[in-house]
Design a protein. Structure first.
Length: 480
């Protein structure tokens, strides 16, 4: 391979930093790797604050432990001993004006066992669920909205009280707009195999039970000091030149490689490179790919984004927060006084994560906002905190005066995986693959969780390494 290749990574979130780190491990010490990030801090949607003497994540707080990428990368970074898992406390779901224990044997809320969810439904809702067999064979065209499929087979209550709040917690979206194949792939796979009913598909999609006498593997994990430490660790290990507050305005091909232009504090700057990784949200992909991969840009334009906010509160350490790790709120639910809930969910962080129950304080995180919901997010911070506190008083009986509050707003924070999302992603990747030296990564592609983002970062690095190897075999010089 040619000496000292130059690679520019656009985007300093976990996907871009994963790409930079993997490029360093694959290309060695001599490679010149530059990370350009438009914000003034690294990390993207991973961020943490000190709240009442406790360090609390106010972006993504955990990774899915059933996927291997996050634990493997943390181990590679020397952080394996810092991984912690949630307590055994169960969560709840607010349905029909009552908080119920989260039912078992569901796949993203789609029930495999109707009796297990019966308590969350009205008599009419239970009858609709149990009537699936009378509706005839399930006709599966390869994709559908989750809400549309569930409503057609199980009725509205299962969609509103079970499926929508669970999907809303992950995607800040609505079940009726999210596609089965992209958001509940195990269910889609079961339907592809010919499951005769939605209940049968959910049964088939359930994870295998652990062997007798074996405790279930933890579903989630995080870092004791906060998941926001992952981007920092990646950046340190990548040994890249990190340039913050740089908004990339253009990406173009040159005879020898690539030119990236960016606007920074000192004006426009230019970076020449042998290869470029774009690890940015879908609107950024659309804009930066418009000239170099127009078909991919058009596909990226079809991915919409949802905004949300996290309101984190620290309360006195002797505050009774109950035994639940959190509560999700079903669609259309109202507070006991009849007013709509502002929050869509609350995580009782000090119950869910025992290491956050300190002598200094107890902490909670409330989530606000779904796709298309602008009213809640248009409130200023003080109004939002007041509304959240009123909700927590009604939901948890929490009247304690907070020691401290923080509002973290995530404008356009989560891509919406609509029906046909896989086709859009395939078009993006196909268009980019036709342009030598260009790769893409990020949550817009194959999953919004940390493991999926790490995987896209690694995949983009592999594309770049292969491109550089091919150049070297052809005898093309590196810009380095």
């Amino acid at each position: 391979m040619s000496p000292a290749p130059r690679v520019v990574v656009v985007g300093g979130g976990v996907s871009g930093l994963a790409a930079a780190h993997r490029l360093r491990t694959r290309l060695g010490d001599d490679a010149a790797i530059t990370v350009l990030e438009s914000a003034r801090v690294l990390g993207g949607k991973l961020a943490a604050v000190d709240l009442g003497g406790v360090r609390v994540d106010v972006g993504a707080e955990a990774f899915l432990a059933r996927r291997p990428e996050a634990a493997a990368r943390l181990t590679e970074l020397g952080l394996a001993d810092e991984i912690v898992h949630p307590s055994a406390a169960s969560s709840a779901i607010r349905a029909g004006g009552v908080s119920h224990a989260m039912p078992r044997r569901t796949v993203m809320g789609v029930p495999a066992d109707p009796p297990a969810v019966a308590g969350l439904l009205s008599p009419a809702g239970r009858a609709a669920l149990e009537a699936e067999d009378a509706r005839g064979p399930l006709h599966w065209a390869g994709d559908d909205s989750v809400g549309g499929l569930v409503r057609a087979r199980f009725g509205d209550e299962v969609a509103d009280r079970l499926v929508d709040p669970l999907l809303g917690g992950v995607y800040s979206g609505r079940a009726d707009a999210l596609g089965v194949r992209a958001t509940v792939p195990a269910l889609a796979d079961a339907l592809d195999r010919g499951a005769p009913s939605l209940r049968a598909a959910a049964t088939d999609a359930l994870p295998a039970a652990p062997p007798d006498g074996t405790a279930p593997a933890p579903v989630f994990g995080t870092l004791r000091s906060g998941l926001a430490d992952l981007p920092v660790a990646l950046a340190v290990a990548a040994r890249a030149e990190v340039r913050l507050a740089r908004t990339v305005t253009g990406v173009s091909r040159t005879p020898d490689g690539w030119r990236v232009t960016a606007s920074g504090p000192a004006g426009e700057e230019v970076h020449d490179a042998d290869a470029v990784v774009l690890a940015v949200p879908a609107p950024g992909l659309r804009r930066l790919l418009a000239d170099v991969a127009p078909d991919a840009a058009r596909a990226a334009a079809g991915i919409e984004l949802a905004s949300s906010a996290v309101v984190a509160l620290a309360v006195p350490a002797d505050t009774d927060l109950g035994t639940r790790s959190g509560v999700l709120i079903g669609s259309g639910e109202r507070r006991p006084d009849g007013t709509p809930w502002t929050i869509k969910a609350v995580t009782v962080s000090s119950v869910k994560w025992p290491h956050l129950a300190t002598d200094a304080a107890r902490v909670l995180r409330a989530s606000v906002g779904r796709f298309g919901d602008t009213e809640s997010l248009n409130r200023d911070d003080d109004e939002l905190v007041a509304a959240v506190r009123a909700d927590l008083a009604a939901l948890l009986g929490l009247e304690a005066e907070p020691l401290e509050t923080v509002v973290a707003r995530w404008g356009g924070g989560l891509p919406q995986y609509g029906v046909g999302h896989g086709d859009r992603v395939a078009a993006i990747e196909r268009g980019v693959a036709a342009v030598p030296g260009l790769a893409v990564a990020g949550a817009a592609l194959h999953g919004v969780g940390v493991p999926a983002c790490l995987a896209t970062g690694d995949a983009s690095a592999a594309v770049v390494v292969e491109h550089l190897r091919s150049r070297a075999e052809r005898g093309a010089p590196s810009l380095g």
